[in-house]
Write a protein that binds this ligand. Structure first.
Ligand code: NAG
Ligand code: NAG
Length: 216
């Protein structure tokens, strides 16, 4: 090529065998480099897919907490305040395929209008295997339930309007176990809102509901 960018007709005529051999070699090297590029991209794509699948199967699901029962039998009795008691049960499920949970002590607190009215230890530390569901029963009465007569009057007032709303908080510290590796501790909170009807039992619309779980 000359500086103006156009091919010199004289040179064009003098394309030699050497010229063609060089062109063939060049196209061969671009083809080889394209092939290497393609192989590299395919390897990248496949390892990306593999990493994604591994991540999907290892991705930890947080514990699934469901509330099943929550009752304040005394609400249905005339002088129930004397023997006020709250019983409940929740389930904690580990829905992971390969990840276990180490729970520290599990504790339950009951709130009414954001004020804690009861607290009780629920479970000692335990290891929960993948795909296991553990039932947690709780009873609050006497010393673990701090309800004075004024608070009880508030309950009865709510009851006369159809329901009393409580919140059960289940808390624990948990560690995730993946094969031989353990995570650090995470503080888990499950907040279960429950409505209790005039008979002292959980209202159907609140039963068997999943409680939001978050970590701090
Ligand atoms: C929870 O308690 C209620 C009432 O005591 C009972 O009917 C229910 O079967 C219990 N649920 C579980 C999962 O134990
Ligand atoms: C879940 O684990 C607990 C505690 O290890 C055990 O008592 C219970 O039987 C297990 N449940 C199932 C369904 O395997």
């Amino acid at each position: 090529m000359n500086p103006s960018g156009q091919e010199d007709p004289f040179i064009k005529h003098r394309h030699t065998a050497r010229y063609y051999a060089q062109r063939v070699r060049e196209s061969l090297t671009t083809r080889v480099s394209k092939l290497i590029c393609a192989i590299f991209l395919i390897i990248l794509l496949v390892s990306g897919i593999v990493a994604f699948i591994v991540w999907l199967s290892l991705r930890p699901h947080r514990p699934r907490i469901h509330i099943h029962d929550f009752s304040v039998p005394a609400l249905s009795q005339a002088n129930g305040f004397e023997n006020a008691k709250i019983t409940f049960n929740v389930t904690a499920r580990n829905s992971n395929q390969h990840i276990g949970f180490y729970y520290d002590h599990v504790e339950g607190s009951v709130y009414y209008k954001d004020q804690r009215i009861g607290y009780t230890p629920l479970l000692d530390k335990f290891y929960q295997e993948p795909k296991n569901t553990t039932i947690v029963y709780g009873v609050l009465s006497g010393a673990t339930l701090t309800v004075n007569s004024q608070r009880w009057m508030e309950f009865l007032n709510d009851r006369s309007q159809g329901m009393v709303i409580f919140r059960l908080d289940v808390t624990s510290n948990i560690r995730f176990k993946v094969s031989t590796w353990d995570s650090k501790r995470h503080r888990m909170h499950a907040n279960c809102d429950v409505g209790v009807g005039p008979d002292g039992s959980i209202l159907a619309s609140y039963g068997n509901k999943r409680c939001p779980v978050y970590f701090t």
